[in-house]
Write a protein that binds this ligand. Structure first.
Ligand code: FES
Length: 159
C-alpha cells in the first residue's frame, strides 16, 4: 500500500468514526430528552407554562389583581413577579388562594410550569403540590407557603 493510499484510508477512517460518534451522541440526547424524569413525562401529567403577573410590593405585602388573569377563575394559577420575589398562586375557591414561593428548592430555578394539581420546575423536573409539598425530586425541601387575604379582587400576600 502506498503512502497516498494509506493517507486516504486514514481520512476515510476518521470521517467514518466522526459520523458514528455524532450518531451515538444524537441517540443519547434523544433518549435523555424522552426520559421519565422530564417535566412532560406521563408520570405526573404534562405541564403547561404558567402565566406571569406583576405584583405590587409595599409595606411587607405584595398585592396582585385577579381581574382579567387566570386567577379570576377557580383552578387558575399564575406566577407572580415582584420586588419581594417570585410567588406561585392558585385559586382554590371563590375566596381562597394558595401562595408558595416561586423559586425551586433544588437549585433555585424559577418554577414556570404547572398541571391542574402540581407546580413543575422545568430545570430538572421537580414537582410540588399546590401547597408546595415536594412530590417528585430532585428537590428535597418544600416550598415556603405564604399567608394571604382576598378582598375586592386583590390578593394580598404577607411576606
Ligand atoms: S432547580 Fe428545580 S428541579 Fe433543579
Amino acid at each position: 500500500m502506498s503512502d497516498t493510499t494509506a493517507l486516504i484510508s486514514r481520512r476515510q477512517f476518521c470521517a467514518g468514526a466522526c459520523q458514528a460518534a455524532s450518531c451515538a451522541t444524537l441517540v443519547t440526547l434523544v433518549s435523555a430528552c424522552a426520559g421519565d424524569g422530564s417535566p412532560t413525562s406521563p408520570s405526573g401529567g404534562s405541564a403547561s407554562d404558567l402565566s406571569v403577573l406583576q405584583g405590587r410590593f409595599a409595606n411587607a405585602r405584595v398585592q396582585v389583581t385577579t381581574a382579567g388573569t387566570p386567577l379570576a377563575n377557580v383552578g387558575g394559577s399564575a406566577r407572580v413577579e415582584s420586588e419581594a420575589g417570585l410567588f406561585l398562586i392558585t385559586r382554590i375557591s371563590d375566596t381562597a388562594f394558595t401562595v408558595v414561593e416561586g423559586s425551586c428548592a433544588h437549585e433555585g430555578c424559577p418554577i414556570t410550569g404547572a398541571t391542574a394539581t402540581q407546580y413543575v420546575c422545568n430545570c430538572h423536573g421537580s414537582r410540588y403540590s399546590l401547597n408546595g409539598q415536594v412530590q417528585q425530586g430532585p428537590a428535597r425541601s418544600n416550598l415556603r407557603q405564604y399567608a394571604n387575604t382576598f378582598a375586592d379582587g386583590v390578593i394580598t400576600i404577607t411576606v
